[in-house]
Design a protein. Sequence first.
Length: 334
Amino acid sequence: MKPPSRPSKASPKKKRSAVGPKSPLPVKIEMVKLSGGARPHPALGLGLWASGRWTNEDEARTKATIGRAYERGMRWFDTAEVYGNGRSERVLGEVLARAPGTAPDAYVVTKVSWEHLRANQVRASLIGSLERLARRSADLYLVHAPDAHVPLSETMGALEALWKEGKVGAIGVSNFSVEELEEAARHLSEAKIVVNQLRYNLFLRDDVDPVREYCRAHNILIEAYTPLARGLLHGRYLDGTKVPKEVRQFANRLFEPDMLPQILARGRALRDLANDAGVPLASIGLHWLRKMGTVPVFGASRPEQIDSNLAAWAVRPPDRVLDRADRIARGDRA
Ligand SMILES: NC(=O)c1ccc[n+]([C@@H]2O[C@H](COP(=O)([O-])OP(=O)(O)OC[C@H]3O[C@@H](n4cnc5c(N)ncnc54)[C@H](OP(=O)(O)O)[C@@H]3O)[C@@H](O)[C@H]2O)c1
């Protein structure tokens, strides 16, 4: 039987705000309905992949970044057991524990690693994640990526049992193809797959995308990761700044030599469009994703980036601008 949908509860901890009183005002972020009666999902999220990669010295800045996001009204936080080997989850747990009211309204998403998809591993992974997050449940638990060597029957069965126990509010997947989505759904009896988290932005998408079509037809919300194309959709690198190796490495094909010149040319055309329309470039990147029915989860490494991304979110460019951006990013000259 489906457990009552409820927000995850944080363990009681000391209450102290993570950032000072001078943050700008909170921004309104709409909630999106999920299928199967799951708790509604915020339309914009902060991803904490980088939080696990940083050195100890960066931890205070990471915490301030998460704290700023919370203070500014962000509630969806995306992490994973593999991010920094659990460090990202721990840092998030520590910040939320200090937020006002121990952040009962945070929407916490974490993921089981593709290396832990056996039934007993899934349960152990979630328990480890919840301990690090200092929460009794995760609002949404995703399979980070499929593993061809582990049958999805095993993984989905274990996830459904955790859902029935109320340890996860909803079940989702990430980086799944249509075939994998179909196979996973076959092994759930009462629960539904409510989310597929995918790399998706103005530059990295196909016009005809069977996964997107499948998700739309089956009420599976797409969480769009790398929505800012690693800063390109903030204007970064457009004037010839060298792309750091780490960014190149983790940005799929965007920065490869055969792609980069055309991406930069399109990025500059998008920047001109944004200037003409009087909107930030990132507003176009984020709201184009929203117009496509997805919800973006951006990364940020410092509090100012939260402010700048929320300022971009607060401006919804007109449809004609988003449609033109779509054509420019596709490479149409029209
Ligand atoms: N499911 C998966 O397999 C998967 C894979 C990848 C990511 N994700 C999730 O998606 C999240 C976002 O992915 P992403 O980091 O690739 O996305 P992104 O939002 O496209 O890129 C984030 C980077 O853009 C730069 N940036 C952000 N705000 C900026 C601003 N205002 N001005 C200038 N630069 C800015 C920052 O780079 P600097 O830090 O260099 O300043 C930041 O780290 C991850 O944190 C993770 O939670 C999931």
